[in-house]
Design a protein around this ligand. Sequence first.
Ligand SMILES: *Cc1c(COP(=O)(O)O)cnc(C)c1O
Length: 367
Amino acid sequence: MARVHNFSAGPAALPLEVLEEAQSELLDYRGLGMSVLEMSHRSAAYQQIIEETEETLRDILDIPDTYRVLFLQGGATLEFAGIPLNLMRRGRAGYLVTGNFAKKAWQEAQKYGEAPVLASSEGTSFDRIPDLGPVASRVAEGDLDYVYICQNNTIFGTEYRELPQTGETPLVADVSSCFLSHPLDVERYGLIYAGAQKNAGPAGVTVVIVREDLIADGPARADICPTYLDYRLQASKESMYNTPNTFGIYLCGKVLRWIERTGGLKAMQARNQEKADVLYGLLDKSEIFHGTAQPSSRSLSNVTFRTDSPELDKEFVSGAAQRGIQGVKGHRLVGGMRASIYNAVTLDDVKTLASYMEEFEASHSAK
Ligand SMILES: *Cc1c(COP(=O)(O)O)cnc(C)c1O
């Protein structure tokens, strides 16, 4: 079996142990004579799977009892609408536009109310997290239902070092690509959500963690909110209003237990930092590769870089593929390269990429 060094941005690498466990249970889940794929979501066995998945997530992230955990479908993208539909009670929320996904969320919110931009880095091609200073004073005006951020910008390779100060105004964060990469202080947020396919499992599951009081009165826009997106209803039905992504949630449970077994989020953070240091350290001394994110905004999950020429970038990416290094082509919006180094990407994978970069540099500077 030859597995590649997978730096894909998502769907992304999963821990081998998780895949092997799922494989071993695929035809006969724990003596029940059927696969989880074939099992009723109302069965006792499945009930236990979803409950254990939530419990493990609560343990790992230390989620307070005052928060509800939902396992939904539709990707992070559907929550771009779900958030304003549920939380825009007075019709106005502030958005920080730090990349493509933040911009999409902001555009979606404008269908349901006013969405003033509190800060943006679009003017510098999203190469940084903008100055958060102006956010606090705008929030202090007291008319915003929530403040929205995309905490790690998957495409541009930037991540917040500190969160904006929003006082009593709930902070809402898309954490899709930094979820489970490091500890999060859940109580700092009103709502966080993540598409699972970056770090938590397969595509098709979105985890929403929301403070219960924010949804206790039902959706802000109950008149038009699709029943599926009604967070209060989904919470009251334990994410089983309709058929959930049963197999996807089961795999998320396995990933979560793998995180727990291998040391929890502090250990993930230390390992991810070590991996990131290898690549950023190399970029800082390289003559031909340049990091595209400002150093003070660099992401722990997505390392974006390029050479000075698109032809050389192309050559780098195809040479990588020949060495079993996959998924390093940058997003079409940024070009260049991107190495996504989520939890399941090993230090060994990263060192393989780093040696290839050094080799590439040596052979190209000699010319
Ligand atoms: C991948 C990603 C999305 C989009 O997720 P889908 O599941 O494809 O809807 C949104 N936000 C961030 C930060 C992402 O990384």
